[in-house]
Design a protein around this ligand. Structure first.
Ligand SMILES: [Zn+2]
Length: 473
């Protein structure tokens, strides 16, 4: 058994600061030793020679300790809503949602019929996530099954925990991007059987949004989801007023946008709804009751002029909703979760809320894990958890280094980091205890896995995880 350890300061959340006293929601260690073995965190203790000796004794051999001074370890960031095929079209000018889809997105996504193109974009996408300290994401592919294979193959190379699926659309898109209710069901099922639980990959049934799926397709998606407990369902919800009017016209018998999904059987644990900007109390209560989660995507909502997510209302203590943070690349404008938190703070300010650093870093780590029902294995730096970690540089730029000299405590440092920081603040990223990204490495060798690719190509497929529900042992 290989045992490794990291020395740095550590912050980790074990409770929801929206629901308990924020001061009791996290643990901070100024100088800690994080011991890892077999992809898991073994212990997190204040650093001391005795702690190193104890780790060495438990391992039965010397433990290598990697020291990150002036840094902070936290759980790898979790991105609850992102479209990898849109990596090539971030920053497309001048439209709101529906025009933006037609003018840019549906053009770009047609290229993913070509597997080699999907491979290329998957490579860039995974590396951008890791460079930003994001170790898990809920990812939309395109309608093409090849696009799903490309993403999971790349994720398997890094052993990242990814949740992804083929987009389902059987109306209101170019012919080249349409499937049918039956074909969408069959292709999704085949992909699900291939990928769900293979290594760390998890499958997500992915109807794009109510306007691009018929009643028949939404019903087929719900049927597939029910037939495979433990799988996920993701879609878009109440993002833009023009879209909401359209959905009302398409489903006149339903009481709200969310009611379309609820009626179809698409709410429940492991349902992730992107955006949810224009929600009322009945909608939030439905999410709470059904255990459905929301992905707050501030950079996207600002970029497309969609509106301001009501975070305070979503997390109301009498009916709290599970909420994670989403980059929503490519309507979102940054892979960096720090940058996304910066914009989330401003959205809260505009919506008369107040997003503290504790609340923000909770959303980006444990909050995301709770949204994905993975809070027992992801989102905290604690014994037994998967060793998916980001090492943040507390002085990544001259300005931040200078500003940090005037901070009093860790929460103030975190707030400076989320306001001024971006991918430059990521010193290293660990996946299942393995360093996959290191900012100090030479440009061509930032990613340890790239050397492996050059040496021997893709690794053998990983076995299915028999501990998951629905996976034959
Ligand atoms: Zn989206």
């Amino acid at each position: 058994m290989t045992v490794t350890a990291l020395r740095s300061s550590v912050i980790t959340f074990h409770q929801d600061p929206f629901l308990v006293d924020p001061a009791s929601s996290y643990r901070y260690l100024d100088d800690a030793l994080v011991v890892m073995a077999d992809g898991k965190i073994v212990s997190v203790d204040p650093y001391s020679d005795a702690a190193v000796d104890a780790a060495t004794q438990a391992a039965g051999s010397a433990v290598t300790v990697t020291h990150y001074p002036d840094s902070l370890i936290c759980a790898g960031f979790i991105d609850c809503h992102v479209h990898y095929p849109q990596t090539q079209m971030i920053g497309a000018f001048g439209e709101q949602l529906l025009e933006w889809l037609n003018k840019y997105t549906f053009i770009a996504e047609q290229q993913f019929a070509d597997k080699s193109h999907a491979d290329t974009v998957s490579r860039v996408f995974l590396r951008e996530l890791l460079r930003s300290g994001t170790t898990t994401a809920a990812v939309y592919c395109t309608v093409h099954p090849e696009s799903v294979d490309a993403l999971f193959e790349e994720s398997e190379r890094f052993n990242t925990r990814m949740i992804a699926g083929k987009v389902l659309m059987d109306r209101h898109a170019p012919d080249a991007l349409l499937d049918t209710a039956e074909r969408g069901y069959d292709e999704s099922k085949a992909l699900l059987q291939k990928w769900h639980g293979r290594g760390r990959q998890l499958y997500c049934i992915t109807p794009r949004f109510a306007a691009s799926s018929t009643d028949e397709q939404l019903a087929a998606a719900a049927r597939l989801w029910k037939e495979h407990p433990g799988t996920y369902m993701q879609t878009h919800l109440a993002e833009n007023t023009g879209e909401i009017d359209w959905v009302r016209d398409l489903f006149p018998q339903r009481s709200s946008y969310l009611d379309v999904y609820d009626h179809a059987g698409l709410t429940g644990p492991r349902a992730i709804f992107g955006h949810a900007v224009h929600m009322d109390d009945v909608d939030f209560a439905c999410c709470h009751r059904t255990g459905s989660a929301l992905a707050h995507c501030p950079t996207s909502n600002l970029f497309l002029g969609s509106g301001l997510f009501k975070l305070t209302e979503a997390k109301q203590t009498d009916r709290p909703v599970r909420v994670g943070i989403g980059s929503d690349i490519g309507a979102g404008t940054s892979f960096s979760t720090l940058h996304t938190l910066n914009e989330a703070y401003k959205v809260s300010q505009m919506a008369q809320g107040r997003l503290t650093a504790a609340h923000a870093f909770y959303l980006a780590t444990r909050g995301g894990a709770e949204a994905l029902y993975l809070q027992d294995s992801l989102g905290s730096v604690a014994p037994g958890y998967d060793a998916d970690l980001v090492v943040l540089d507390l002085a990544p730029t001259p300005l931040i280094a200078f500003r940090m000299g005037f901070t009093q405590d860790i929460l103030e440092k975190l707030f400076v980091l989320m306001t001024l920081g971006d991918d430059r603040a990521v010193k290293a990223t660990y996946v299942a205890g393995v360093p996959v990204y290191d900012s100090a490495r030479d440009e061509a060798f930032h990613y340890a896995q790239d050397a492996a690719v050059t040496d021997g190509g893709a690794p053998d497929p990983r076995p299915h995880d028999a501990s998951l529900p629905g996976i034959p042992g």
